[in-house]
Ligand binder design. Structure first.
Ligand code: GAF
Length: 385
């Protein structure tokens, strides 16, 4: 079976008629817990997965950037001096947006050579596994290296986020790029999205006889659509009405007061964020003390909160979660921004195939499209291959 690194090299050679000078990769992510907490300056606990995006790069002797990929026919190109969010459209807005965002982070784009990029990926698109952050992180690391910019990984995560916010137009937080750039093998990234301090938390699932199954429902979502920004606006409204800089500043003890002040919908959005932040802290504590077998109820509670309070689940995600729970999963929840995408189930190794068969059957029974399911483990972040 050919490796996608080789596919990226040969794709590059085919499109640009020369050999790539280097290959970089960055992973997608699964968020273990901590959903929609990042832009509320709270806590998240994602991990990088083995599915990766590969960027093959060649330096040019002019100032053009050209990008091609295995998943789009056209080659997008623009002179570096012309880069601006308004000029970037379609999938090429991700890689070209990163080049623009590097300029916003201090890179002198007037002094760097042009590049050709070819992008290949096995991170499923629209599945809530951050295929977009994987592109942004791989391109950011590659350009940071060849343009010798010297930015550190937290800064590159901000570059990716800026590209996504301004060039793609999705008002997303910092979690996905951080997971893709800071992830480590057999570990999750515990990130405080206010201080931006990241701690590595061991996630040795196989040692505990466990696996995480991803269930990609096939229901595609986009964070540039209205739902994500509407939830973000609700959270910001809640914080304003409660007189705090961000929902991070509230604890579970503040919820009674919040209920008096807020309308019911805003209250439930706020309650999700406040309780989810606490669940992240409890999950980190459990992983460090009693181990992954003890986090199941926290995962289940996170799903309920996302379904009932934040209202971003869909019928396919609920069915995947309930079927996993009924067939031996220790815990299960939707993962990512919601409105479609994937769920995860934490399960004993010997329950994995039973869960997969049961979910296949349940989806068929409900007339839903066949889900894609695979086991993931925590992998390393972006690297030069
Ligand atoms: C998406 C966003 F990109 C993240 O920043 C985060 O808000 C997530 O949804 C929800 O937790 O993946």
């Amino acid at each position: 079976m050919s490796d996608i690194r080789d596919d990226a090299r040969s794709g590059f050679a085919e499109v640009f008629d020369t050999e790539a000078t280097g290959v970089w990769s960055a992973p997608g992510r699964v968020n273990l817990i901590g959903e929609h907490t990042d832009y509320n300056e709270g806590y998240v606990l994602p991990f990088a997965i083995t599915r990766r995006t590969i960027v093959a790069l060649g330096l040019r002797d002019d100032t053009m950037i050209r990008v091609a990929s295995a998943f789009a026919d056209e080659v997008a190109e623009i002179d570096i001096s012309e880069l601006s969010p308004e000029k970037l459209t379609g999938w090429a807005a991700y890689p070209l947006g990163v080049a623009w965002a590097l300029g916003q982070h201090g890179a002198d784009l007037g002094a760097v050579p042009g590049v050709d990029l070819f992008i290949e990926s096995d991170v499923p698109v629209g599945a809530g596994l951050s295929s977009s952050a994987a592109i942004e992180s791989a391109v950011a690391l590659a350009l940071n290296d060849v343009w010798q910019l010297g930015l550190d990984r937290p800064a590159l995560a901000q570059v990716g986020q800026l590209a996504e916010n301004k060039a793609v137009g999705a008002p997303t937080g910092i979690m996905d790029q951080s997971a893709s750039l800071l992830g480590e093998r057999d570990a999750a990234v515990f990130l405080d999205c206010r201080s931006m301090v990241a701690e590595i938390v061991p996630l040795r699932l196989a040692d505990a006889g466990l696996a995480i199954v991803v269930i990609d429902t096939g229901v595609s979502h986009s964070h540039a659509d209205g739902g994500y920004s509407e939830r973000r606006a609700s959270c910001e409204r809640g914080a304003r009405m409660l007189g705090v800089p961000a929902l991070r500043d509230l604890s579970v003890d503040d919820l009674d007061r919040a209920r008096q002040i807020l309308d019911d919908t805003t209250f439930r959005r706020v309650r999700h964020i406040v309780t989810e932040n606490q669940r992240v802290l409890d999950t980190v504590e459990a992983l460090r003390t009693t181990g992954p077998r003890s986090i199941g109820e926290l995962l289940d509670a996170s799903h309920e909160s996302l379904r009932d309070d934040f209202e971003i689940s869909v019928a396919e995600l609920d069915l995947a979660v309930e079927t996993a729970q009924a067939n031996g999963a220790i815990g299960a929840r939707m993962t990512g921004g919601g409105f479609g995408g994937a769920a995860i189930a934490l399960a004993p190794l010997d329950a994995v195939s039973r869960i997969q068969v049961a979910i296949d059957g349940a989806f068929a029974e409900h007339g839903f499209g066949q889900p894609e399911m695979f086991v993931v483990s925590a992998s390393h972040g972006a690297v030069r291959e």
